[in-house]
Write a protein that binds this ligand. Structure first.
Ligand SMILES: Nc1nc2c(ncn2[C@@H]2O[C@H](COP(=O)(O)OP(=O)(O)OP(=O)(O)O)[C@@H](O)[C@H]2O)c(=O)[nH]1
Ligand SMILES: [Mg+2]
Length: 461
């Protein structure tokens, strides 16, 4: 079936300097030829032509535009494509699109250009997913992960794992054929070594998901502590704006206040909470209950202390509540006479991490140490080693989890006194299928394998 030629506005709807309309499909060039003048005698591909877009019925020019044509096989979708760069008024671009539809172009469905790129083999599924992530990226790190995935980082990694599984599977299938005649002649290490290596690669990818999730969804950082220690002042300082109420009255903050921020290229949702203490009144108790619920969802808790105030039993209770979560301690009110020190906090709570300081008086606080502390925490959770690939999508995580489980079962079978070769082959087929599914090539599952198996036979057999 000949695909339809589709058209859509590729730039955001609304007014702007320039709008870009794209067409893709077998009639893309022919449709533009009907409405663009002067039409070049022999158009070059990837050349920008300046001319007029006109209405063939009234024969009137509608807009001065730039047009470029791309040939099948060398465009984003893999089909013949055309781009029209017109003036960006919402009405203007709509008029041009309407004319293209009247000439036979169809309205493109959401994501249809990328879907066509996938169907024509220009992108595999991980790369197509990366296009959506790249467009949705809201931070430097997210953008970098999406760009690496679009460049084929994950696809290459999956391809290398597939080569290894294919070789193993081909050897095992040949072994099954020969087993009846000659007995098993494949060494156990030849089975287990590649499986162990694959299992390690798979685990590394699964571990990277946690890092990937932080890149994508960001991290919730929650300021917590006793009342009046300066949490709200710190939130204002970190946001560099007078966002929440600050007062010397204990229990000023009752509700959670959250604000977005970017630290170390990562989206941070910073929350101020009601100070935790033995509640004196109903409203205070409600605020504290809310804080405790919020703490459960925190990716990082900054537990704030006032260095001019002695610790008591409630501080131990409070620390016990948060110690299972990722946390950093912060000593505030650096300008006041110290009653507690960083070393005392570390000793009392058996806390190994750094005690951050918020230096300076309240109006001119220096929060660089706090930012550095949050940054190094984020880096420890998101570090990408130079050659490592990250997975950011739940779909990839689910499929790789299945691969990991099947690898575990395959290894157990390979370690049996007599390796259970038939069952092992079944697990290897499963692994191969799930890996192919990640890049959207599961339909290759049977075709590709035959070639690999027969390539193991010698000529003449
Ligand atoms: N001297 C000094 N005072 C500070 C500092 N930071 C905050 N304060 C003061 O401490 C008081 C309490 O500050 P907040 O920021 O409202 O404290 P909080 O922890 O949010 O208090 P609650 O909302 O009651 O839990 C205010 O009077 C602040 O001006 C500091 O670094 N030095
Ligand atoms: Mg407060």
């Amino acid at each position: 079936m000949i695909p339809e030629t589709i058209a859509a506005l590729s730039t955001p709807a609304g007014s702007g300097g320039i709008a870009i309309i794209r067409l893709s499909g077998p009639r893309a060039h022919a449709i533009v030829e009907q409405v663009f003048r002067p039409w070049p005698l022999r158009p070059d591909f990837f050349h920008l032509y300046l001319g007029y877009f006109y209405d063939p019925v009234s024969n009137r020019n509608l807009d001065q535009v730039l047009v470029t044509l791309m040939p099948p096989g060398r465009s984003y979708t893999g089909e013949a494509m055309a781009e029209i760069h017109c003036h960006g008024g919402a009405y203007n671009s709509k008029k041009i699109l309407t004319l293209l539809f009247s000439l036979g172009a169809q309205i493109a469905a959401p994501g249809e250009f990328t879907k066509r790129a996938y169907l024509s083999g220009r992108l595999d599924l991980t790369q197509a997913e990366a296009v959506a992530s790249l467009i949705a990226a809201e931070s430097e790190a997210e953008l970098a992960a999406a760009t690496a995935q679009l460049a084929g980082g994950l696809s290459d990694c999956i391809s290398r794992m597939l080569i290894s599984i294919n070789q193993l599977l081909a050897a095992v299938e040949v072994e099954i054929d020969l087993l009846a005649e000659e007995g098993l002649n494949y060494s156990r290490e030849n089975l287990t070594d590649p499986l162990v290596k694959l299992e390690r690669q798979c685990r590394e990818l699964l571990d990277s998901y946690q890092r990937g999730r932080i890149l994508q969804t960001g991290i919730k950082v929650v300021l917590a502590g006793r009342p009046n220690v300066g949490k709200s002042s710190l939130l204002n300082a970190l946001l560099a704006e007078d966002r929440v109420l600050v007062s010397s009255i204990s229990g000023t903050t009752r509700d959670i206040v959250s604000a977005p921020l970017e630290i170390a290229g990562i989206k941070v949702e910073l929350s101020d909470t009601a100070g935790l203490d033995k509640p004196q009144a109903e409203l205070e108790a409600l605020g504290m209950a809310r804080t405790e619920r919020w703490l459960e969802q925190a990716g990082l808790i900054l537990l704030v202390f006032d260095q001019s105030r002695a610790l008591n039993d409630f501080d131990d209770e409070l620390y016990a509540k948060i110690k299972a979560k990722s946390h950093l301690l912060l000593l505030n009110k650096d300008d006041l006479e110290p009653v507690i020190t960083a070393a005392q906090l570390q000793e009392r709570f058996s806390y190994q991490g750094p005690v951050l300081r918020c230096v300076g008086a309240r109006e001119r606080v220096d929060i660089s140490e706090v930012i550095a502390g949050i940054t190094s925490f984020i880096k420890s959770r998101t570090t990408v080693f130079p050659d490592s690939v990250m997975i950011c999508q739940q779909r990839h995580f689910d499929l790789l989890s299945k691969v990991s489980e099947a690898l575990g079962r395959a290894l157990a079978l390979a370690y049996e006194t007599v390796p259970l070769i038939d069952m092992l082959a079944e697990e290897l087929h499963q692994i191969r299928f799930h890996l192919l599914k990640i890049t959207g090539r599961e339909h290759d599952a049977s075709e590709g394998l035959l070639d690999i198996i027969f390539s193991q036979f010698c000529v003449g057999k």
